[in-house]
Design a protein around this ligand. Structure first.
Ligand code: WQD
Length: 339
């Protein structure tokens, strides 16, 4: 088993991945600067896993601080790199902060991995690199398009940096391109914390369901889709987390190329209106909504071809839409102690 550095390990996908790494018998070293996560997540993870976890509050943009972590943990043999600023609309307001944080943290990580001979890196990328694909479902050979936001640009740039750095022979990288991760661990001990009004659809739906929001705005009803609302590929966060363990194992086995990009989605598309209906089916709760203006930067239709994830990682999503939405609702209720 391996000792794995999980950057951003107290965040949404990072924390769920930590549970799967521990379940698979790996040791984890968590670093997080707590800019978009809560220290209470550490206790939740220790409660859930039954293990005392190694955590260092670390600013990855400070190379010396990051190097200190590698010096403390010479046993590290792999990294899963989640740490990043990730809000699309915020990135439009603060582009240089996004470029600085997301790129410098990644450059520092590559430098530390090269010097400390930590060869294997799994990188948290995004379907946002495809922009509006020419056809759907989209596979990994689809052209990378100009991003719709500085956040998306940082994901494209980080993939490019990794691809060029792999040529030195110091590192091997697998970029996992998430589609729309939703839901929460079945225990409802961990999930996605929101800071202020939710940006993403499903947290907005659950906050409307619990009464924190009055009405869901559906951003656009005039797209060229089944019902006029946008199509996305929603995937349970636990399916995403399990894929990270498989990706790390595949990378460390040496059986993959030195650089791979892999889609992680359900392989199916749902419209926004279909998600509202699916939430009613899963929970019995009707979400009040109105059709609003389109949201700048939204693509019309995107969902994944997951053939490569299945063949390379032996991975397929196990949880259906009802389980995704049910777990999201359970998490919302646990946050408001309405269980
Ligand atoms: C989904 C759909 C909205 C809120 C984001 C990131 C992307 C990736 C996946 C990480 C869209 C509509 C939303 C609302 C709505 N993340 N919507 N009303 O934008 O597809 O992708 O998550 O890698 O990088 O940007 O997710 O949940 O914001 O939106 O109608 O109140 O729901 O227009 O069609 P998105 P989202």
């Amino acid at each position: 088993m391996a000792s794995v550095l999980v950057t951003g390990g107290l965040g949404y996908i990072g924390s769920h991945t930590v549970t799967c790494l521990i379940e698979a018998g790996h040791d984890v070293v968590i670093i997080d600067n707590l800019s978009n996560s809560d220290i209470s997540m550490l206790g939740r993870l220790e409660n859930l896993t039954g293990e005392k976890l190694t955590f260092h509050q670390t600013e990855m943009c400070d190379k010396n601080a990051l190097d200190e972590v590698f010096l403390k943990h010479p046993e590290l043999s792999g990294v899963i790199h989640f740490a990043a600023l990730l809000l699309v609309n915020e990135s439009v307001e603060k582009p240089t902060e996004y470029y600085y944080n997301n790129l410098v943290s990644t450059l520092n990580l590559i430098d530390c991995c090269s010097r400390h001979k930590v060869k294997n890196i799994v990188f948290s990328s995004s379907c946002t690199v495809y922009g509006q694909p020419d056809s759907v479902p989209v596979n990994e050979l689809a052209p990378i398009k100009k991003a719709e936001s500085p956040y998306g640009s940082t994901k494209i740039m980080c993939e490019q940096i990794f691809q060029d750095a792999v040529a030195t022979g110091d590192i091997r990288v697998m970029c996992l391109r998430y589609f729309n991760p939703i839901g929460a661990h079945q225990s409802t001990l961990i999930g996605e914390f929101q800071h202020g009004e939710p940006h993403h659809l499903v947290p907005y739906i659950t906050e409307t369901a619990i009464g924190k929001r009055k009405m869901l705005r559906v951003f656009g009803g005039d797209y060229e889709t089944r019902d006029g609302s946008c199509v996305r590929d929603y995937i349970h966060v636990m399916d995403i987390a399990e894929a990270h363990v498989l990706a790390l194992d595949a990378l460390m086995s040496g059986k993959t190329a030195d650089f791979e990009a892999v889609n992680l989605g359900s392989g199916e598309g749902q419209t926004v209106l279909e998600m509202i209906y699916a939430f009613k089916e899963a929970t019995g709760i009707t979400i009040p909504f109105e059709i609003a203006e389109r949201r700048p930067g939204d693509v019309e239709k995107v969902y994944a071809d997951i053939t490569k994830a299945t063949s390379l990682l032996n991975w397929k999503p196990k949880r259906n839409l009802e389980e995704m939405l049910r777990s999201a609702w359970n998490w919302e209720q646990s946050l408001n102690h309405n269980v």
